[in-house]
Write a protein that binds this ligand. Sequence first.
Ligand code: TRP
Length: 461
Amino acid sequence: MANPSNRGQWSGRVGFILAAAGSAIGLGNIWRFPYSAGEGGGGLFVIIYLGFVLVIGVPVMLAELAIGRKTERNPVGAFKALVPSSWWPAVGGLGVLTGFGILAFYSVIAGWTLGYLGMATSGYLSQAVDADASGSIFSTFVANPMFAIALAGAFLLLTITVVRGGISGGIERIAKILMPVLFVLLIVLAVRSISLPNGLDGISYLFTPDWSELSLSVVMGALGQALFSLSLGMGAMITYGSYMPKHENLWKAGTYVALADTTIAILAGLIIFPALFFAGAEPGSGPGLVFVVLPTIFNQMPFGYIVAVAFFALLAIAALTSTISLLEVLVSYFVDERGWTRERASWLIGTGCFLLAVPSALAFGAVPALSGGEDGWIAWDFLTLNNNIWGNYSLSIGAFLICVFAGWKWGVPKLLDALEDGDGRIYPLPARGMFGVLIKVVCPLAVLIVLIFIVVTGSYF
Ligand code: TRP
C-alpha cells in the first residue's frame, strides 16, 4: 500500500479548484445539459436541475471532499480507512466500477469532439448547410467504426499522458492552462450567440418553466444531470479531495467548484439555445443536438468558421479535464490498494477503458445489434444505455449511499470536523445545522424517493 505522503498533492486551493472544476465542467455541461434541457421542456428542467444542485449537489460535494481529505485515499481505501471490516468499501467499489462505465462511453463522445474539431478546421463542416446535410455528415461520421474507435483511443491516449504525470505536475498543470482558455471561449461564444436575431427567445426558453411538461423522467434526468455534471456519486471528489492539503478550507473550495460548474452549464445553454432559435431548430433532438444542429447554425452566422473551430475546441478541452478525473479515480485505486506504480496503472487502466469503449464506439450504426435498430442514434443504442445506467442510476445510488454513510455512519460531527480541518470552526452554527439536516435527511430522502418512483412506475429510461 502506498504511503499517503507519496501520493502527491495539489499545490493549494487554486490548483484544486481549477482541477476539480475541470472535472466537473465537461461534456456534461456543454453536450448533455443542453440536450437534456431540450428534451425536458427547457426552463422546467433547468429549475429542477438548479434545485438539485443546491439541495443535493453542494452537500454531497462537501461530504465527498471531506471523506477524501480525511483519509487521503481512493474511494475504496477511504471507506476502508474509516470503517474497516464493514461492507462500506463496496460503495467505493461501485464508484470504481461506475468510473469504468462512464469513461467507456464518455471517451467515445470525447473522440467525436476531436473528429468535429478536425472537420471544422479543415472546412469540411461548411457542407452542413441544412439539417439534412448536417444529419448525414453526423451519421456517416459516427457510423464509421475506424474513426469512432481511433478517436476514442486518441482521446484516451491524451488522458493517459496527463494522468501519468501525477497530481500537481500533470493534472493541475494542464487544468491551469486549459480552464482559463475554456472560460474565454465560452464568453466569446455566448456573446456571439445571444446577439443573433431571435437569440432572446432562446434565453426565455431556457428560463421559463412549462409545468405541463413535468414528468418522472424529467425529474430523474435532472437529478442524474446534477450529479453527473458535478462529478458526484462515484467518489471522484473523494479522490480529488484526497490530494487537498490539510490547511485548506473545504467549504469554500467545494462551493466554488459547484458554482463554477453550474455557471458554465448555464453559459453553455446561453450559447446553444439562442443559436437554436436563430435557426428555427428543434431543441428536443437528443444527443445529436450539438453535433447535428450547431454546424448548420455556424454556417449561417457571420464568422461561422471561427465560431465552429472555437466551439469544438472548447468541447474537446472541457472533455479532456473530465476524462482525466475519471481515469484518476481508477488509477488512484490501483495505486493505493494494489500497489501499482502510477505509470503502470495509467497505461494499463487507460488501455482497459479503451477496450470497454469499443462497443459504445460501434453503437451508432457500425454494428446494428448495438445500435438499437431502425431508430438509430435517437433511441436505444448501447451508448445511451450506458449513459443511463452509469450516468443516472449508478450515480444516484452512489450519492444516496454516500449521504447515508456521511450523515449516519460516520456522523455529522466528524464530517464537520473533517470539513473544517485546518481553518478552525469559523462557520456559524446555522450553516452547520442546515448542512447536517441536508446530508442526513433531505439529500438521501430526495434521491431515494426519485429512485423508488422510478422502480414502482417502471419508467426506467
Ligand atoms: N462532470 C463531468 C461532466 O460534466 C463528467 C465527469 C467527470 C464525471 N468525472 C466524473 C461524472 C465523475 C460523474 C462522476 O462532463
